[in-house]
Design a protein around this ligand. Structure first.
Ligand SMILES: [Ca+2]
Length: 361
């Protein structure tokens, strides 16, 4: 009898997940992040860094090993098939910034991934909930695609509470090193065109704008121009900085230009974040975030704020880390250089991040 029970248990272990690992329910992995962000869109690095947090009711438990699976489809991942990457069981306590070492990534690819960990006694967690990242446009020839058209539908799908909030925006900057940690002192210039008629058409409204406002954060300050006219300044990263630009917007194509300055005596963190929020008379609200589709330059050129300025020599802005809904204190830690600050950032994100569920297709 005892033998048959043993055989039955062994058989069950083999069936579970296709390998003889029985999950320890007290051990879980959560808060999966890619390049510091939850399910980020438009990652522009070839080997993104993956992070997670191990949790257990027993505070003494430490990670001793991990295994990551990455797949190009959610179904493959659900079947534990890492067709992009199966790290195998790696003996390591590292759970932060583990570098993706799978198949080469291509522009616009979706990568689904999950992780499981082992503690020092060899007990394994179940697989984490799946997470995903989307690759941006990696090659210059890819960038000839219509960036605005590529991003606008996603923005148009947001509901109003999302539209007004900026905590899912990314900080952006001129792509120079890691601006969220250290960037040269100086002004960087940003440009983007917004076609109100297109946005209205996508939203099935007639296009009369009731109110248009810019919600902005800047490290350290930013001056906004709409169709070449100054619309106001913001400084710092306290929430609630709103510029009303209703009277500066036209019903057609608008040119948004921002001069953002990183201040100080020595290189320090820099960033610009925010979105243009457009409220139509027909009770619909749409947002255009400042993101990697904006063009940027590190030098001021003549006429750079005008609609007909040729910005083809400008580069695309780099998205760095997420903005959080938080006090200025925690926001400050987003840019912290010290490891302890980063840990604080991760912990607080648990509270701020919106729960994410992959859509079944
Ligand atoms: Ca700064």
């Amino acid at each position: 009898m005892r033998h048959s029970v043993t055989i039955l248990l062994a058989g069950m272990m083999l069936v579970l997940g296709g390998c003889a690992v029985l999950a320890d329910r007290d051990l879980t992995t959560k808060e999966l992040r890619c390049e510091y962000r939850v399910n980020p869109l438009g990652i522009d690095v070839l080997k993104p860094r993956l992070s997670w947090v191990m949790e257990s009711s027993n505070r003494g438990r430490m990670q001793s090993a991990y295994r990551i699976l990455a797949a190009s489809g959610e179904e493959d991942l659900n079947r534990n098939l890492g067709n992009l990457w199966d790290s195998g069981k790696v003996r390591s306590d590292q759970s932060n910034q583990v570098v993706y070492e799978g198949k080469p990534l291509k522009s616009r690819m979706q990568c689904f991934w999950k992780v499981r960990v082992w503690d020092k006694n060899g007990s394994a967690s179940a697989w984490s909930e799946p997470a995903v990242w989307t690759v941006g446009l990696l090659e210059p020839q890819d960038q000839q695609a219509k960036w605005i058209g590529y991003d606008a539908p996603a923005a148009a799908k947001e509901d109003k509470s999302d539209v007004l909030s900026i905590d899912k925006c990314s900080w952006v900057w001129f792509p120079e090193g890691e601006p969220e940690k250290s960037a040269p002192i100086g002004t960087r210039f940003f440009r983007h065109k917004v076609n109100i008629a297109d946005i209205a058409a996508e939203s099935a409204v007639k296009g009369k704008v009731k109110r248009a406002s810019f919600r902005l954060l800047a490290d350290n300050e930013a001056t906004v121009f709409v169709n070449g006219r100054e619309a106001g300044k913001v400084a710092g990263w306290s929430p609630g900085q709103v510029l009303d630009i209703t009277d500066k917007l036209t019903g057609g194509i608008n040119t948004l230009s921002i001069a953002a300055a990183n201040e100080g005596d020595n290189p320090n963190p820099a960033g610009l974040a925010g979105k243009l929020v457009i409220e139509f008379e027909e009770a619909k609200t749409r947002a255009i975030p400042i993101d990697h589709s904006w063009k940027t330059s590190n030098s001021e050129q003549e006429n750079w704020k005008s609609a007909d300025f040729n910005d083809s020599s400008w580069v695309y802005a780099k998205e760095t880390v997420y903005v959080q809904r938080s006090t200025s204190n925690v926001q400050r830690s987003t840019f912290g250089e010290r490891w302890t600050s980063q840990r604080l950032f991760y912990r607080r994100r648990l509270i701020c991040a919106r729960p994410f569920r992959l859509k079944s297709r």
